[in-house]
Design a protein around this ligand. Structure first.
Ligand code: NDP
Ligand code: 8X3
Length: 252
């Protein structure tokens, strides 16, 4: 039976991925800060699919908390087949001269340093058990940079570089590294970006049918269940009305 660790499983893409992996019968290690949400997701998947789930609530920005959480895994949970590095966020949408440095730190500490902290703990476990698969959730913002998004885009450019570097460094250990770069996905992402302003968040998706968390989870599932000799290095996924980070067709 395969074991998957999914960061940021309390909502959006991470929660949807947990549900899909649960349906496949995977054992799941789910993480996120909101422990009540995490427990609710755990209970729902356990009830529906009768799979084993460990819920680990910690802030991925805190290196010692990440280290403690992974070091404290029971031995029977230390063989991790798939790590989905999904936890992340955008905070604010401002020109660089007006941006809030607290927002910048949240994005860099979560999207870049948090991803590194957990990977540093899980990769040796994968090596010890003979291999594995790491799926990084990047973004179209990892290859393009848009106005007001310099720091979020920089953080996802870092995920893009890390995905390439990890793939090289871990290849000899039998660890595959894939990156998924979504466009617009209607999750809690925009509400978080706009600090809870739901009206502003909803406007982002007006006039298009955005992707759902489950649309991306479907891609994670596909990548994770391909024959072992195939790796999807990198894949960009967006709604049919979105061409790239700059151009979205919302009709007349
Ligand atoms: P959501 O806001 O719905 O989910 C984000 C998840 O990340 C939550 O489970 C949240 O859990 C977790 N998270 C955030 N900060 C921390 C932290 N400090 N410690 C632990 N967990 C944390 O958004 P999405 O599902 O859309 O986002 C998932 C990923 O997809 C992100 O990396 C995002 O950048 C990326 N992405 C999203 C796109 C979109 O349009 N939605 C497009 C491209 C990429 P909790 O709050 O409980 O800690
Ligand atoms: C999130 C998508 O367009 O806000 O990564 O960069 S976008």
């Amino acid at each position: 039976m395969r074991t998957a660790l999914i960061t940021g499983a309390t909502s959006g893409i991470g929660e949807a991925t947990a549900r899909r992996f649960g349906a496949l019968g995977y054992r799941l290690i789910l993480t996120g800060r909101r422990s009540h949400r995490l427990e609710a997701v755990k209970r729902a998947i356990e009830t529906e699919h009768k799979t084993e789930i460990l819920a680990l609530s910690f802030d991925i920005r805190e290196r010692t908390a990440v280290e403690r959480a992974i070091a404290g895994l029971p031995n029977t949970w230390k063989q991790i087949d798939i790590l989905v590095n999904n936890a992340g966020l955008a905070a604010g949408l401002e020109h660089i001269d007006e941006g809030d440095p607290d927002d910048w730190e949240r994005m860099i500490d979560t999207n870049v340093k948090g991803l590194l902290y957990i990977t540093r703990q899980v990769a040796p476990l994968m090596i010890a058990s003979g291999g594995g698969h790491i799926v990084n959730i990047g973004s179209i913002a990892g290859r393009q940079t848009y106005e007001n998004g310099a720091v979020y885009c920089a953080s996802k450019h870092a995920v893009n570089a890390l995905s390439q570097g990890m793939r090289i460094d871990l290849l000899k250990h039998g660890i595959k590294v894939s990156q998924i770069r979504p466009g617009m996905v209607d999750t809690e992402f925009s509400t978080v970006r706009f600090h809870g302003d739901k009206t502003r968040a909803d406007a982002v998706y007006k006039g298009i049918t955005p992707l759902t968390g489950d649309d991306i989870a479907r891609v994670v599932e596909w990548i994770a269940t391909l024959p072992p000799h195939i790796n999807i290095n990198d894949i960009e996924v967006m709604p049919d009305r979105q061409a790239d980070a700059f151009y979205t067709w919302r009709g007349n």
